[in-house]
Design a protein around this ligand. Structure first.
Ligand code: FE2
Length: 381
C-alpha cells in the first residue's frame, strides 16, 4: 500500500516486565474504584494467583469480590453467569486475570454490567453503544492477546457456533504484562497458545486489512514468537522466553485488533464448535495447511516469515508453511486432525461453515472457494 491508513487506534495503557503486577495498586487507585470484581478461573485460583492479585489491589480487606468460574472456550452460559455477578454486585471496576477466555469474559462484564439486556443482544460488530466500567486485564498465558483487542469470542453452546462481541469499548483501560505470571503454564498449553500468537502475527501481517502501522506490530510479534517459543516450551521458568512470548502476544493482539485474522481462524471455528478442539491446538493443526494454500498470494511476506522461523538466508515464500510444521513437531504438538477425533466425512460441512465466516475469510490474502477450504481441511487431516 502507498501510505498510512487514517484509522483511529487505541491501545490500553500498559506496563510490561517482571514485577509489572506491582503497578496494579496505582491503576486501581486511578480509577477511584472501591468494590472491584475479579474475573478469573479455577486454574488460576488453584495456583494462588487470584489471592496475590486481590492483595496487590491495595484496597481494604473484603473490598474485592471474585468470580473464578470462567470455563475454557467461554460458553455463552458462562459469560451470562459472570455478567450476572458483575451486575448484582454493583461493581465499579472489572479486573480480568487468566487466559484468553477469562479476559474475554472480563471485557464483556465491563462493557455490559451497566447496560440492560442479554449478551446475545451485543453479539456482532459495533453493537456496544458506549464505554462501560473501567477494566484492568492481567494475562496469565501468552496466546490470545485479548488484553489488546476489541474482541470477545464466545462459544454459543445453545446454537453450536462460535460468535464474537466486537467493539472498541471492549479494549481495556489498563493491561498488566507480567511474565512471572506465565512461568507455571504447562508446556503443552505454552506450545498451543504460542502457535496462536504466531498465527495472529502471520495472519494479521498478510491480512487484506494490514497497513504499514499494523505490519510493524505483526512483524515484531512474529519475531518474538519465533525467537522465544521453543525456549518457553522446553524451559518453562526461562523468564526471558516467557517475556518474549507475552510481549509477542500483546503486539499480535494489537495487530489483529486492526488488521484481523483470516482463514486459519475461520477454519478453527467448526473444529471448536463440533469437536471442542481447544483454540490454540486447532490453530496449530490448521496453520501450515492454510499457509501452503495461501503461499502463491503472499510470496514476499512468507519469505520473511520463513527467514524468521529458520534463520539463515532469505527463503522462498513456499518454505514458510513447512517451517511452521517443523516448529509444531519440535515443540511436541501432535499434528493431524484425524488423531484429534475429527471425522473426514464432516469436511464438506465444515468447509461450508468456515467459508461462510466472511468477517475472517474476506481478510485472507487469497480468495479460497468452498472446495479449496475443503482441500485445506483434507491436507490438515
Ligand atoms: Fe487466535
Amino acid at each position: 500500500m502507498a501510505g498510512l491508513d487514517v484509522r483511529t487506534w487505541r491501545l490500553p495503557e500498559h506496563v510490561f516486565g517482571p514485577g509489572a503486577l506491582l503497578a496494579l495498586k496505582g491503576y486501581v487507585a486511578s480509577t477511584g474504584a472501591r468494590c472491584p470484581l475479579l474475573v478469573s478461573d479455577r486454574a488460576v485460583a488453584r495456583l494462588g494467583m487470584a489471592e496475590s492479585v486481590v492483595t496487590a489491589v491495595g484496597l481494604p480487606q473484603g473490598s474485592v469480590s471474585v468470580f473464578d468460574d470462567v470455563e475454557p472456550e467461554l460458553p455463552l452460559s458462562c459469560v451470562r453467569r459472570a455478567l450476572e455477578a458483575a451486575r448484582e454486585g454493583r461493581h465499579d471496576l472489572i479486573i480480568g486475570l487468566g487466559g484468553g477466555s477469562t479476559l474475554d469474559a472480563a471485557k464483556v462484564c465491563a462493557a455490559l454490567a451497566g447496560r440492560p439486556g442479554d449478551v446475545r443482544d451485543y453479539i456482532g460488530i459495533g453493537k456496544v453503544p458506549g464505554p462501560g466500567l473501567p477494566s484492568i486485564l492481567i494475562p496469565t498465558t501468552a496466546g490470545s492477546g485479548s488484553e489488546a483487542t476489541p474482541n470477545a469470542l464466545i462459544m454459543d453452546d445453545e446454537r453450536g457456533e462460535k460468535v464474537a462481541v466486537v467493539s472498541p469499548y471492549l479494549i481495556p483501560t489498563y493491561a498488566i504484562l507480567d511474565p512471572g505470571l506465565t512461568v507455571t503454564l504447562p508446556s503443552a498449553v505454552t506450545a498451543q497458545s504460542g502457535l496462536d500468537v504466531l498465527a495472529h502475527a502471520i495472519e494479521s501481517y498478510t491480512s487484506r486489512r494490514a497497513d504499514m502501522y499494523t505490519e510493524m506490530y505483526s512483524r515484531h510479534a512474529a519475531l518474538l514468537a519465533c525467537r522465544s517459543l521453543r525456549a518457553a516450551v522446553r524451559q518453562g521458568d526461562n523468564l526471558g522466553a516467557r517475556a518474549g512470548m507475552l510481549l509477542g502476544s500483546f503486539l499480535a493482539g494489537a495487530a489483529i485488533g486492526q488488521a484481523g485474522t483470516s482463514a486459519t481462524h475461520a477454519l478453527a471455528y467448526p473444529l471448536g464448535a463440533r469437536y471442542h478442539v481447544p483454540h490454540g491446538l486447532a490453530i496449530a493443526l490448521l496453520l501450515p495447511s492454510v499457509m501452503a494454500a495461501n503461499a502463491p498470494a503472499v510470496e514476499v511476506k512468507y519469505a520473511e516469515i520463513a527467514l524468521l522461523l529458520e534463520g539463515g538466508l532469505p527463503e522462498d515464500g513456499r518454505a514458510a508453511a513447512p517451517a511452521v510444521r517443523r516448529l509444531c513437531d519440535e515443540i511436541g504438538i501432535p499434528m493431524g486432525l484425524a488423531q484429534h477425533g475429527v471425522d473426514p466425512a464432516a469436511i464438506p460441512e465444515m468447509a461450508a461453515e468456515a467459508h461462510a465466516i466472511r468477517r475472517l475469510m474476506d481478510n485472507n490474502p487469497r480468495d479460497l472457494s468452498v472446495d479449496q477450504v475443503a482441500a485445506v481441511f483434507a491436507d490438515a487431516m
